[in-house]
Ligand binder design. Sequence first.
Ligand code: UDP
Length: 246
Amino acid sequence: MSSTALKYKRVILKLSGESLADESGRGISGRESADIAAQIKQAHESGCQIAIVIGGGNILRGGQFSEDNMVVQEATAHYMGMMATVINSLSLQDAVEATGLQTRVMSAIPVDKVAETFIRRRAIRHLEKGRVVILAAGIGNPFVTTDTAAAQRALELDADVVLKATRVDGVYDSDPEKNPDAVLFESLSFSDIVQKKLRVMDATAIALCEEHAKPILVFNFKKDGNIVRAVSGETVGTWIGAAQTR
Ligand code: UDP
């Protein structure tokens, strides 16, 4: 156990596919993967159970791909996106296991040569045994993103919070990568997100979390140690809950 007090017993960590990539945002970088894995190890040592939903945007996003490609149907493109998350999961699994942690990849689409199929009760058992569970293939259905998968799995695995890792410090009133005067929100309610039309996670994910009062913490995973800070309840990022309180 680290000296930091544990705030959450179980979390869903949503990592975008780009979190595994270098500055280009494409492909998988060994160095970036190792950096994230080291942070996951640190967070796990705090005693928190961690399930990771990994995206696929460093390889393919179905919506964008089908806009750019005339022959592939949109539904097919989304399945391709889900396959991309399987690729990322296998890579992340090796990176996390290289830190000494035990992991299981569980896929919403059966790929039984490389991963277990997602079964809720089995996933909970893995978490209770201290294994990091890497959730592949989103929810297994097209036309949504892995943000929705993170919200869905947080509900069914009874996680305390969805930790949405981004490369900026949280939710701003405008894009901080374009506007240097963008203001960071410390906390927001779900209705603020809708009213202010803030881009946090996709609308289905926000609706699920709002309906079930599942909080979301948006934080910058690029700052070393922020994942353990987030699971320990330190004030990082932007807190989104039923009311504007952490
Ligand atoms: N996807 C899907 N169903 C799911 C999860 C993902 O169809 O439950 C597809 C969708 O096309 C998505 C792609 O997989 O764009 C990759 O996931 P995402 O865009 O969420 O990756 P990220 O942006 O987090 O890297």
